[in-house]
Design a protein around this ligand. Structure first.
Ligand code: NAD
Ligand code: MG
Length: 406
């Protein structure tokens, strides 16, 4: 730590210029979402350490423009062609470059930022995240769906292009911090902790009649709607199992899930000698985001500090496969490989969106995913085009099934 360079600012943060006083340039893909806003919050607290290249969003144009102004971004990009004019008008009195459309998103990821936060939700983030990986950037990966549907391709490109992939998902960030990558044979298993979501203790009738409002009311984490529903069905933990399989050198059998309602132990690695290493903290995504932003340094966050004496009790239980069939579906998809995880993810995205629009019931989500997994044929998956084709086919079958109910 370079003490002379320490800056105690009026926002309560302790800023450190990263690596020898050069500023780290950052692009955020999905800056208006929950992860995106938390990233902006940290960048504001550490202005002396970062510059901002590009911010991207889907259709929250007002917030995107406000963020770009506030943080001094060079470019602001919306994924939606039809919103170009609106964004251009919002930023008319600035020098900020404005562009729109899915290709503009890929171009934003291609801009020369040293660090890219991949925080788009769903498979929509795949192409831009891959573009950042292909130019060898440091990528903070929140967008787990990328790895679920194109894990082998993505990791192959990380290796080929010497990119750095830093997990932002709290469980994977925890494992990353305690995994001995130099002695991977000494790892007995990794243990992903799960809060259990809002329906941890609910009976099946309550779950069947659950409303979107109940499903998104997560007990510990404040997150976007899609991942909140995924936490309620526990598909989130299923997706995270697949994510972990791609991020860490372990076989599927060595990935376990443990329900831990307090979300204080973010995950653990068990070694062959019986040692278990864990990373702990209060449930605030700014901790893993800060870890990735500053890596390999550390920067201060305003996250509440852990007070174990006050907490007093940490509890654990096994997940219930009956009420949470998404866990089994994700396990099956991981074991089958190939097209199966792509279908699982695409069908789940469509099912969650339909549930949020009250078109289907909560327990229809796993039913629809299973239906699609049985219906969509397996195919070769050796290119992004193949991934997108299977993804499209699964979305079509899921949507048709939902429409046939109306
Ligand atoms: P969110 O819904 O709050 O935000 C998503 C962002 O992606 C927004 O900026 C939105 O404009 C953008 N976006 C949405 N659809 C898009 C599209 N089609 N094209 C381009 N951009 C699009 O989501 P979130 O909760 O911030 O989650 C983002 C990712 O991080 C997800 O993959 C989620 O699983 C993962 N994650 C989130 C949390 C969390 O605490 N929120 C924790 C762990 C992992
Ligand atoms: Mg997580």
């Amino acid at each position: 730590m370079n003490e002379a360079a320490e800056i105690i600012d009026d926002r309560g943060g302790i800023g450190l210029p990263l690596h020898d006083n050069t500023l780290r340039s950052v692009t955020i893909l999905g800056s208006t979402g929950s992860i995106g806003c938390n990233t902006i919050d940290l960048l504001e607290r550490h202005r002396e350490s970062f510059t901002v290249e590009a911010l991207t969003a889907n259709n929250n144009i007002k917030l995107l423009a406000e963020q770009a102004r506030k943080i001094g971004a060079k470019s602001a990009v919306t994924a939606d062609h039809s919103r170009y004019r609106e964004l251009k008008c919002e930023l008319a009195d600035t020098n900020i470059n404005v562009s729109a459309g899915p290709e503009a998103l890929v171009e934003a990821a291609d801009m020369p930022a040293e660090f890219v936060m991949a925080a788009i939700v769903g498979a929509a983030g795949l192409r831009p995240t891959l573009a950042a990986v292909k130019r060898g950037a440091i990528v903070g990966l929140a967008n787990k769906e990328c790895l679920v549907c194109a894990g082998d391709l993505m990791i192959g490109e990380v290796e080929r292009n010497c990119a750095t992939l830093l997990p932002v998902d709290s469980e994977h960030n925890a494992i990353y911090q305690v995994f001995d990558f130099e002695r991977e044979a000494s790892v007995a298993r990794i243990i992903l902790t799960a809060s259990g979501g809002p329906f941890r203790n609910a009976d099946l009738t309550t779950m069947t009649n659950a409303t979107p409002e109940q499903a998104v009311a997560h007990p510990n984490w404040d997150m976007g709607a899609k991942i909140s529903v995924d936490s309620a069905t526990m598909m989130n933990k299923g997706l995270e199992m697949i994510e972990a399989f791609h991020l860490f050198p372990v076989t599927a059998e060595k990935i376990d899930i443990l329900v831990h309602p307090q979300s204080v132990i973010h995950s653990m690695v068990e070694y062959v000698d019986g040692s278990v290493l864990a990373q702990l903290g209060t449930p605030d995504m700014r901790t893993p985001i800060a870890y990735s932003l500053a890596w390999p340094e550390r920067i201060a966050t305003p996250s509440a500090k852990l007070d174990l004496a006050e907490l007093a009790t940490l509890t654990f239980e096994a997940p219930d496969p009956e009420r949470f069939p998404c866990l089994r579906l994700a396990q099956e998809a991981l074991a089958t490989g190939g097209a199966a995880p792509i279908i699982l993810n695409a069908a789940n995205e469509i099912a969650v969106a339909a549930f949020l629009k009250r078109k289907i019931q909560f327990m229809d989500i796993p039913r629809l995913v299973e239906f699609c997994m049985l219906k969509v044929g397996a195919g070769e998956v050796n290119s992004i085009e193949a991934v997108m084709e299977i993804d499209g086919e699964a979305r079509k079958i899921a949507s048709e099934n939902i429409d046939s109910r109306q």
